[in-house]
Design a protein around this ligand. Structure first.
Ligand code: M6R
Length: 357
């Protein structure tokens, strides 16, 4: 039930810190070690490459999952859009493990791929919010995201839960391989949950940004680099699916190769800047769009902030930032849709789970 909330989406955004804390508990043994089925650990260890298959928001979580797996656990990962992989299978490695990420566990495009790879004799793991779902039942292994039922069509807490589980898997895999890493997923997730909470407490700011930037606009651009690029793709999807504003997430450095032609006086551009090593590069991209009249809004962290940034999130481990930096983007999308009079929880033309190919 919605309780005191007018919309499930806002309730589900607010639930995220609790979901992350719940995941920490569920994936931890009493001795503090990661609780994970040893067969799953073995399957990940045995694989020479992980193939993440997903759609929409879950695909965006997969993109972040790849960064975590590769940087923390040194495991090569490919991330594929399920409907693309289905009819255009790439050359596979010798020992692939397929990881399906799906909130509902019912996405037909993912199921199609699962059926195909099973026929080819490959092992599969489903990461889902619905343990009894088709993808959960049909894969060799399942991991639960413990986000609780997600009712709003726009996925929020399932996305952050997926990334949380992926961060735990990355740390577990690093440990299983004896890789010396300073990345303590459980501790970092705890800090991320606190940071999410502080952003959820800044709703007035997000609402004001939505009013200032989105009320009359036809389009909106989101820019970021590396991890932030994956997050802005998700921010753009959130905004377009519930507010019907045409929105796209771009890699900051790619803008000048074409898309910058679309920037006009007043075009909103939201930049996410959470990583120190590319802070200056992305700020350069912000200057480029501002010089063409864009109305830029910057989301940064205590580490990367500069005077005049619009939203500054608390510092957390750089690899964990997507779990937190997406929260303002979710809230801006929510308030943009609300003020444009859109049906936030049930956007036009969309269903919660897409069970047809
Ligand atoms: O249930 P799934 O995670 O497999 O769904 C995948 C997409 O259909 C879903 O994430 C969709 O993009 C959401 N409406 C985005 O908010």
């Amino acid at each position: 039930e919605k309780g005191t909330y007018n919309h499930f989406m806002l309730k589900e955004i607010d639930e995220q810190p609790f979901v992350i804390r719940n995941i920490i508990q569920k994936y931890q043994n009493s001795d503090g070690n990661i609780k994970l089925d040893k067969d799953i650990r073995q399957a990940i260890n045995d694989a020479d490459r992980l193939y993440i298959i997903a759609a929409g928001t879950s695909y965006h979580a997969g993109l972040v999952g790849k960064e975590l797996m590769e940087k923390v656990a040194e495991k090569p990962v490919e991330v594929h859009i399920a409907s693309e992989f289905l009819y255009n299978e790439p050359i596979l490695s010798k020992k692939p493990l397929f990881i399906f990420i799906s909130q509902s566990g019912e996405t037909a495009d993912c199921r199609g791929v699962l059926v195909n790879v099973k026929k080819q004799g490959y092992k599969s793991l489903t990461i889902t919010n619905v343990p009894g779902s088709t993808l959960a039942r049909e894969a060799d292994f399942t991991l639960h995201t413990y986000a609780g039922p997600e009712i709003a069509v726009a996925s929020t807490k399932a996305y952050t839960a997926q990334m949380a589980v992926l961060s735990i898997l990355a740390m577990d895999s690093a440990k299983a391989q004896g890789i010396d890493t300073d990345f303590d997923a459980m501790q970092e997730l705890g800090l991320a949950a606190n940071a999410m909470e502080s952003l959820c407490d800044q709703k007035e700011t997000m609402e004001q940004i939505a009013k200032d930037y989105m009320s009359g606009t036809r389009n909106c651009f989101f820019i970021g680099r590396a991890l932030d690029y994956h997050v802005v793709q998700e921010g753009a999807l959130k905004l377009k699916e519930i507010s019907y504003i045409q929105a796209e997430g771009f890699a900051g450095g790619e803008l000048k190769h074409g898309t910058i032609a679309l920037i006009e006086k007043g075009t909103p551009v939201i930049a996410v800047i959470t990583q120190e090593h590319i802070n200056l590069n992305i700020r350069g991209n912000v200057q480029e769009v501002e010089a063409r009249g864009a109305n830029a809004c910057i989301v940064s962290t205590d580490r990367t902030k500069e005077e005049g940034d619009h939203i500054v999130m608390p510092d957390i481990h750089e690899r964990m930032t997507p779990i937190v930096s997406v929260v303002p983007l979710q809230l801006i999308a929510y308030y943009a849709a609300l003020h444009r009079g859109c049906d936030v929880d049930k956007p036009r033309n969309l269903a919660k789970s897409v069970t047809v190919e």
